[in-house]
Design a protein around this ligand. Sequence first.
Ligand SMILES: [Ca+2]
Ligand SMILES: [Ca+2]
Ligand SMILES: [Ca+2]
Length: 651
Amino acid sequence: MNGLQPLILFTKTPVSESGRTAYEIRNKAAFAAIRDDGSVVTWGDPKTGGDSSKVIDQLDADVAQIFATRKAFAALKTDGSVITWGDRRQGGNSENVKPLLKGGVVNIFSTGTAFAALKDDKTLVVWGDPERGGTFGEVSQENINNVESVVSTFTEIDNMSETFAALRSDGSVITWGNRSVRDDSDLELVERLNNVSQIIANHQAFAFLLGDGRVKVIGNKTSGGELGRVSYSDEVEDDTKVTFDRVFPNGDISLEPGQELYNDSKRLKKGIEKIVPSYKAFAALKKNGSVVTWGRYYQGGDSRAVRDQISGDVVDLFSCWTGFAALKRDGSVVSWGGWREDPDILPAEVTSELSSGVVSVYSTGQSMAALKSDGSVVTWGKEITGGDSSNVSSQLSSGVVEIFSNNSAFAALKDDGSVVAWGAPAKGGDSSSVETSLQSNVVHVFSSGTSFAALKDNGSIVSWGENADRFVSHDASQLESGIVSVSTPFFDDKTQANLGNKIVSLIDVRLNQVNSAAKNVWLFGYGNPDAFGDRRNNALTGNDGNNRLLGKNGDDVLNGRRGDDHLNGGKGVDLLTGGKGSDVFRPSRGLDRVLDFQVGIDRVHVDSIDDTQFRKIGDGLLVIDGSRRLLLEGVDLEMSEVSAVDLIDNI
Ligand SMILES: [Ca+2]
Ligand SMILES: [Ca+2]
Ligand SMILES: [Ca+2]
């Protein structure tokens, strides 16, 4: 999609399950956006991070990326330091580890209530709820080394079982956090693990995919923590078990209370390629294209009703809290799962619409939406949270290019830059309050658990849903321009990245304040960021917006590209190219040359018109402003014309 192209720093992080990736949780009800000057704007529920007033001075520049727990945010700055705000117990307060967060942080992971920051020496710093991952508990800090990534269990609903699992570079694993997810036998298994290639978590269990295609699990035994076991029980708070009668659609099995009879562990012995979680179950895609499920029966753990349909030719798996969807080679989709009261997620009447042409599947907590190759959308699952799209069906019959979701609503981005929303009305399903703003020019849609924020190609944000118009520390007008990114788990949404000898950036760059040896800068994005060089010979390249480029010492090469740019070579012999737009050039020490000066459109900024002299040199015009000079190449004016030409800009 052409609209997304300038956001080149964003690489997708796969959705693990609605509301999170494997590595990070989405904020429940607030947004944090980064502006083109590297500052942060927050809004939404003030209790979950919408109010950043306590740290606002530390968020005024150089923010590279923002991470979330359910109720707090952590901003990673370009110098590797971290600033936190939001619910003090759930990650908003990092006072205990403040010295460790002053620099060297390269990535941040989260559970619902705690953060884990990965440092450049592959150690971790954790903070947040001390019982749920905010401290290492019984694990010794010395063992927290060689960490590659961190995955967490998470419960959006009961908020009880946050546990972290860190994958080390040698394929071993360390876990810490809520003990209820890890009994003693779990801890023994974890100690023996090696050759782990991927960690997958549902709300109460971990699955470890090994390099040889086997899988190991730990955690709540009725939630996927016992390999292959399909559980027909719910463990309730006093540890008694309640088992539910279940009559299967094909009528061949009826379970009485107390019975637990299904176990598919044999099929999980080898050949596992991918595992996805639902709320309390897992589904594994095997190399032979078949699917094996285990865990809580009603959340997709029991797939026997569709077993014949997922015994081969499955190419991808998707999930929501309540179930799974398998995409098959022929473009058809098979979906199963549900809630206890309503165990069939996929109504029969939808099945025929999913028989071909499906490209991808998206989900809210309890509903799914399939995007088809003809740009149409098919929805199923709990009606009120997006399963029912009949209100907008005419708008979803063609032209949809991508689907975004929060816990209870969907937002579809169409090829004309418009957005169509449906699902729980108060939580983003009703976008009528901002309807006119969503008719064009949207390039991306971000979400909190209960609202949406659409980024438009002029750098503005349109926000709707619960708390979407609450501003405590900032002002709504700050979302009218200059936004380059909104915090999201679903993209590696860094505003700056080092690519060899250059820094690519969506925000202002001050080379001497960036932790990198790179000496060149490329600006991207929809904002108007500035770039400042250093003592070296720098190449500074603007984006399509209005950029200020300052080379400082050294012989620099400045290129404004589109937009109305301001170029100043600084000391040294510099080469300046304004690009399209009405650009302003500043004379400086050393003979700088402007390669594309357009008389009547571009201008020269001088300190004093009275002191400025012009001299014709070759096919160019030399502007002398005291000790500063600038040669406008190709400007062939008679001296008598110079004063009459609108060259100078200093008023
Ligand atoms: Ca320089
Ligand atoms: Ca520009
Ligand atoms: Ca110069």
